[in-house]
Design a protein around this ligand. Structure first.
Ligand SMILES: Cc1cc2nc3c(=O)[nH]c(=O)nc-3n(C[C@H](O)[C@H](O)[C@H](O)COP(=O)(O)OP(=O)(O)OC[C@H]3O[C@@H](n4cnc5c(N)ncnc54)[C@H](O)[C@@H]3O)c2cc1C
Length: 463
């Protein structure tokens, strides 16, 4: 293919099929929070999602468990609201275990000690059902199988979006748009300044193809961990290092998490470095290589891991897991120092307690341990400000979830799913308030936003 690309100009019409007050694009953790939050705050809300189900990485990429929704000391729950309600709903279905009952070092926490206290194991199918029920019951109009194509712009103000689905091209108008695509697709196309990955070289966290294995002998795995307490934060390290020449992924240990079903574990172990999740060719490569790694990993597990002799590959994610792509440049950029010092923000809209978890952009090391080696520690409780969801340059647009305005390092902590639901909820509520008060969403009164969030059971401060 030559470097000069041919271009074709299109002139198509799209019928206006909905006039939303708050239009949420992307139905992952942030989008679920945003849509439910906006609808419950009284806004006519539309949620657009490209897949046939909600959940984002948690369903489409099979990522889990939900990382901690508790403070770093494990003493108190600091993420409530839509997230907690969703978990309780799934638990009532038999599809999750509430984080209050899950402790660090347990099989559900992948036997990790650091950063893994009070995680939430869940069944992705329960999430698909629970999230859709919550959205519909809250009055959200769902547009599934619908892909965002382009923003509707009026100068520097966004007024809705063009989407595509089986019905063809459609237009959705809105007072406020909340971009929850994870990749800041809406913001980037609208002209918001964005950055990718690390500030010094733009490298992004690697992708991972998650998979689930069944027919695992849980007792044998637990017995191995009891005999190898030194492997709590890097399970099966000795076995992987002993077979480095044949191990199918550039990793030094294996991340496995028991799901609510006995004998069934999620695996976070494949690694695809140097790819950009906003580039279709890179994504294609990630899908192809990711599944190849998975097949070889399952063969390795059967041959070498205690408890896995009869394990079967149940499924891979419908899409490769993309940890990081664009971050918007917002009115405030959250930094690692903010998280380390637990800086108080007058416009706090969510708390977090999960440490920085940066899978190395090159090499074989891993996550939280690597971040700690880089000196990236976090306070037991840190705050996320509203201004980090407000992009520069475009009016009536908010961005929630992993694409918020944060440095690579800070995003390495706040990208986890409970934080994304909480950010989304705040953005949705802000959109509803701004619409009702007929004010720019950038100027949403903070006190009113915080009060409504508290009424929706969000937690904005600790005792
Ligand atoms: C490999 C991996 C492991 C991880 N491990 C964990 C973990 O164990 N625990 C944890 O809590 N977090 C984990 N994370 C982080 C977490 O999963 C994500 O950061 C989080 O899901 C981001 O939420 P989000 O709503 O911003 O984006 P996403 O979850 O990516 O959701 C975005 C949604 O938008 C939709 N969308 C995107 N573009 C369009 C479009 N153009 N039109 C329509 N819809 C669109 C997508 O289909 C998706 O549903 C992991 C992430 C990865 C990739």
């Amino acid at each position: 293919m030559g470097s000069k690309q041919a271009k074709i100009r299109l002139d198509w019409e799209a019928p206006v099929v909905a006039e939303a007050q708050v239009l949420v694009i992307g139905g992952g953790p942030a989008g679920i929070g945003a849509a439910v939050g906006a609808a419950r705050a009284g806004a006519r809300t539309v949620l657009v999602e490209q897949y046939g189900f909600l959940g984002g990485a948690a369903t489409a990429a099979m990522v889990g468990p939900f990382m901690t929704s508790f403070s770093g000391t494990g003493e108190e729950q600091i993420i409530g609201g839509v997230f907690d309600e969703l978990v309780r709903r799934m638990e009532a279905m038999g599809g999750a275990i509430h984080p209050a009952k899950v402790r660090a070092g347990s099989p559900e926490a992948g036997f990790y000690i650091f950063g893994h206290d009070h995680v939430t194991p869940f069944d992705s199918e329960a999430l698909k059902i629970g999230a859709a029920e919550m959205a519909v019951e809250s009055g959200v109009a769902l547009y599934l199988h619908t892909r965002f194509i382009a923003p509707l712009l009026d100068g520097n103000r966004i007024r809705g979006a063009i989407v595509h689905n089986k019905s063809g091209l459609q237009a959705l108008t809105a007072e406020v748009v909340v971009d929850c695509t994870g990749d800041a697709d809406v913001a980037a196309l609208a002209g918001v300044p964005v950055v990718k990955g690390r500030s010094r070289n733009g490298l992004m966290q690697p992708m991972t193809m998650f998979f689930r294995v069944g027919n695992v002998d849980d007792e044998a795995v637990e017995a191995y961990v009891r005999e190898h307490p030194e492997e709590h934060n890097h399970l099966f390290r000795a076995i992987v290092l002993a077979h480095q020449d044949t191990f199918p992924a550039p990793r030094e240990h294996i991340g496995i998490y028991r799901t609510p079903q006995r004998g069934t574990w999620r695996v976070n172990c494949s690694r695809l470095s140097g790819l950009d999740g906003t580039n279709a060719r890179d994504l294609t490569q990630g899908e192809v290589e990711g599944r190849k790694q998975v097949w070889a990993l399952v063969e390795f597990f059967r041959a070498h891991l205690p408890g896995f002799a009869n394990a079967t590959l149940l499924d891979t994610g419908a899409q490769v897991g993309v940890r990081e792509t664009r971050h918007i440049v917002g009115d405030y950029t959250l930094t690692a120092d903010d998280l380390a010092t637990g800086r108080h923000f007058p416009d706090v809209i969510a708390l977090g307690g999960f440490p920085v978890d940066i899978h190395p952009v090159t090499g074989k090391g891993g996550g939280i341990a690597t971040a700690l080696e880089m000196g990236l520690r976090t306070a037991p409780v840190y705050e996320i400000p509203y201004r980090s969801l407000v992009p520069k340059g475009i009016e009536q647009l908010l961005v929630a979830g992993r694409a918020l305005s944060a440095t690579h390092e800070a995003a390495g902590a706040v990208r986890v799913m409970p934080s994304c639901v909480a950010m989304g909820q705040a953005a949705g509520v802000a959109g509803a308030i701004a619409t009702a008060e007929e004010i720019p969403v950038r100027e949403t009164p903070v006190a009113r936003l915080q009060q409504t969030l508290r009424e929706q059971k969000a937690i904005l401060s600790v005792k």
